[in-house]
Design a protein around this ligand. Structure first.
Ligand code: ZN
Length: 497
């Protein structure tokens, strides 16, 4: 058995190495590559992706996995889990014929280009035939991989394994009216935030240094990572000891939040056990759990008053003379400024999930066949009015704003909201375990929290599902209660509702 385990690790290690190389090429594409390099880079990534797929779906890998799974009782718990999880991935990867994978990749690449152009022209009809093609392929994919109840479940599985459309509907149906109501009350409050001081921070180099300071304070290991600039901030890793983040620094923006967000993702990936390196265990069980880490640092900590009691003077010291009248309370209000808006990625904690719920309802209707792509713009605009009270002026700022559907990523959006819900639930548990947590945050002493996250989430890797992690840590299955309580506590006081 040990011999087979070793063979499996060797073969999987090769796949992991190629995937890490692809990630490195993609990182370079976003960070350094000159514009003309795009076509060749696309080819290189496609070649390596096909190679990784071929190596992983090799029948020899399957034979090893089935043999090991049949003798699982003789394996150590970690090895058993590794075999189960790798077999899960193997079966999922082999259920899609290569011709289908190829057709999907091609359709996605065309749809992406069409989406870029359609958004620029703010013309949904330009994107429509591509959305129709992508949707047909997604339905076909659901049939190929198989599902219970709804084809949406087959797609959701790629991002939030174990979660179902029915469960999401229950969670979102309870969240929807509470968020809409809270937002309505906030908009009517006379206590609005002061945003004018953001324009006083002019020095880009100082902004950059401040984001590095935050990452260092959080516990991000610069010996095993680095921060660079890219148009769309992201986190990637090529190994547990090489986890990189990117950010962008734009004028008049709360420029540090991308670093806190990506830093949260990166701490997770730097925290996988080294012994799991080059195996499936060194990864998150779901996107929702991954997102819970970024949102905890960005929102629950980074938009808290204790955090700004510490960091307001620090921020002032990075912009000498410019921010003298700033107080922690002013910053606290500014970073929690809430206003319904058109764009999901620019929205605040209260309205963010309404943007996600809108997308979830539309994509579920599409996948389950209650509507067709042609119906999307009108439905989008109606729901924006209903949920956020906002009139959509054009498709670019409406149903064409996100890249996800052009990539065929149906079932992805809900993981953002699940990240928010998990983060609140997990943070409640951290507070229960560490009564001094807020005092520690006020002193920028994040080590106790990081240790807690390491032990309960990061070091678990894929040994548990998302729901198991949440349930084991908090004693409750995933639910929206703690998140809603968190928002109400904070915003009712802040806006004197
Ligand atoms: Zn994220």
């Amino acid at each position: 058995m040990n011999d087979k385990l070793e063979q499996l690790n060797l073969k999987y290690g090769e796949v992991a190495d190629i995937r890490a190389t692809i990630a490195l090429l993609e990182w370079d594409q976003e960070v350094y590559m000159p514009p003309k390099g795009g076509e060749a880079r696309g080819r290189q990534i496609a070649t390596l992706s096909a190679l990784a797929h071929r190596l992983f779906t090799d029948p020899q890998v399957g034979a090893l996995l089935y043999d090991l799974a049949a003798a699982a009782d003789a394996l150590e718990p970690d090895a058993r889990r590794m075999v189960e999880e790798t077999l899960y991935d193997y079966e999922r990867a082999t259920r899609l014929p290569e011709s289908f994978v190829h057709a999907l990749a091609e359709a996605q690449s065309r749809a992406f280009q069409a989406w870029v152009d359609a958004r620029k022209a703010s013309s949904f009809p330009q994107f429509l035939p591509h959305l129709e093609r992508i949707l047909a392929l997604q339905k076909q994919k659901a049939d190929l991989v198989g599902y219970a109840e709804s084809p949406y479940n087959a797609l959701l599985e790629d991002y939030e394994r174990g979660m179902t459309a029915a469960q999401l509907k229950t969670i979102f149906d309870s969240l929807r009216p509470q968020l809409a109501e809270l937002t309505r009350r906030i908009v009517q409050s006379p206590r609005q935030a002061d945003l004018s001081w953001l324009a006083l921070m002019q020095d880009d180099a100082a902004k950059w240094e401040f984001t590095l300071r935050l990452l260092r304070d959080m516990g991000y290991d610069f010996g095993a990572g680095r921060q660079d600039r890219s148009p769309h901030p992201f986190t990637t890793n090529f190994d547990i000891d090489d986890v990189r983040v990117t950010t962008r620094i734009l004028p008049k923006e709360l420029f540090w939040f991308s670093s806190l967000h990506e830093g949260g993702h990166a701490l997770y990936e730097q925290g996988f056990p080294k012994a799991d390196r080059r195996t499936v265990l060194a990864s998150a069980p779901s996107l929702g759990i991954h997102e819970s880490q970024s949102r905890m640092w960005e929102n629950i900590i980074g938009r808290s008053l204790p955090f700004w009691k510490h960091y307001t003077p620090v921020l002032q010291s990075y912009f000498p003379g410019a921010l003298e009248s700033l107080t922690p309370d002013i910053v606290y209000r500014t970073v929690n400024h809430t206003a319904p808006s058109l764009i999901r990625t620019e929205s605040d904690e209260c309205t963010y999930n309404l943007h996600v719920i809108l997308r979830f309802e539309i994509e579920l209707d599409l996948i389950e066949g209650r509507i067709t792509p042609r119906d999307v713009p009108e439905l989008w605009n109606t729901k924006m009015q209903e949920l956020l009270g906002v009139a959509v002026p054009d498709d670019a700022r409406g149903c064409l704003q996100d890249v996800h559907w052009s990539h065929g990523a149906f079932g992805y959006f809900p993981t953002y909201s699940l990240g928010n819900l998990y983060s609140a639930q997990l943070f409640d548990a951290a507070q229960r375990d560490m009564p001094a947590l807020w005092q520690q945050i006020e002193q920028a002493d994040f080590a106790p929290l990081l240790q807690w996250l390491r032990r309960n989430i990061h070091e678990v890797g894929r040994r548990k599902t998302a729901a198991e992690i949440v349930e084991d840590v908090t004693g409750q299955p995933p639910h929206s209660g703690p998140f809603v309580a968190y928002l109400k506590n904070k915003y009712e006081a802040l806006y004197e509702l």
